[in-house]
Design a protein around this ligand. Sequence first.
Ligand code: CU1
Length: 187
Amino acid sequence: MESNTVAGVLITILTLCAVAPSLATSYTVGDTAGWTTNVDYSTWTKGKTFAVGDTLVFNYPGGHTVDEVSGTDYSSCALGNSISTDSSGSTKITLKTTGPHYYICGITGHCASGMKLAVTVTGAASTTPSTGTTPTTTTPATTTPTTTSPSTTTSSTINSSPATLSPTIAILFSCLAVFKLILSPLA
Ligand code: CU1
């Protein structure tokens, strides 16, 4: 019975550790235009990257809804099969899973008038632009503190991330410390 609680605590900590280093972004859909008809949301999404943990904020007056729908219903503007719906006027949706996500307005005719949004969510948080598949922490050789050779085969961006790495590592270490604290009385 006790192992269940321990497992629960461990899972919670693991989740926190996984979430903490990623700096989630909040996107206001349509920016100042908000969630309304006659806005091209495919233009709005252009150049934006959406990661797990990021939030979409839909701002709109009464008379609209935000419905998450399937890709098929998004394409055809079909109503009535919503995965979720909200009409609060300020709908905040945290992106929890990778892959495509589709949102339309559930008021008849509005989707066809442009109230449809498709975002593709990537797994990694937006801190590092996924240079490879292995997120191994590169510990620099202890003898060379000054020269950082940017020999990694990144062709995309020049901004190296030693500054963003250190808080991540700090968080990881504190997570490990908490781990030890919890595990020590049980051992
Ligand atoms: Cu609408």
